[in-house]
Write a protein that binds this ligand. Sequence first.
Ligand SMILES: [Ca+2]
Length: 265
Amino acid sequence: MTLKPHTRYSFGGWARLESVGEAQAGLYLESPSGEVRRATEMTISNYAPWRQYGTVFATDEQTVLARPVVRFHSGIGRLWADDFFLVEASDRCRNMIVDGGFEGPTAQPGSPRWWFDRYGLTSAGQIGGPDALWGLDRSEHYQGKQCLRMTNPLTDIGPADAHPVAEQRLAPGLVLHQGRSYVFSFYLKGDRPDLALSAFAGSWYSYHQFKATDGWQRYSFPYTPENDETQPFVRVDLLGQGKVWLDEVQFEEGTEPTECRDWEE
Ligand SMILES: [Ca+2]
């Protein structure tokens, strides 16, 4: 396949693995001459049912040929792979975030793909189930059928202590350019007024504290990098005790947020 320059792609496939002892295998998109080598975000689970593995990435200024590759890193076993996909983000999709509406495939049951929690997963009570401290909520949404719920059960803790976050690293390869304007936006609702939160809008250098209310409201934060940012990410942190619902998360170029769109629309 030919990969276009300055384009965002989602790549992956379905796989299943049975090994003798420990074995590691992965799905890759690679160019024969080595300019592109993208692995799916997780290694293939041993003896798990068929599941989808994927990754997102952005190309640089080159046009390159690439092909899917299935590879054992170690161990002995049998691997089945099927239904590979390569999806190009549409020109209409300004959103650099994947699954910003939390409607896409899950990583684990109840857990949105592409999104990570740095602290909450180690909190007491984070076992899963309908009231997990961090995960998809099908009884609430701003748009679609579900959103992300984050709960902080503790009282009066400071920002340095454990608190739930929703974090996504933007497509590897994507660069935010020095001097250009970007804007991070999302809809958020709290379980009471005056909830303390913070957000990182693209970088550690773009930190914003804000208060949420008990109704759905859109929040947006600008970012103009002083230097090229090569590892951009976004993050929403719930600082104090409470519960919030997050939906329609978007990161785009420009100064004002536009209507939230999904990567694969
Ligand atoms: Ca949604």
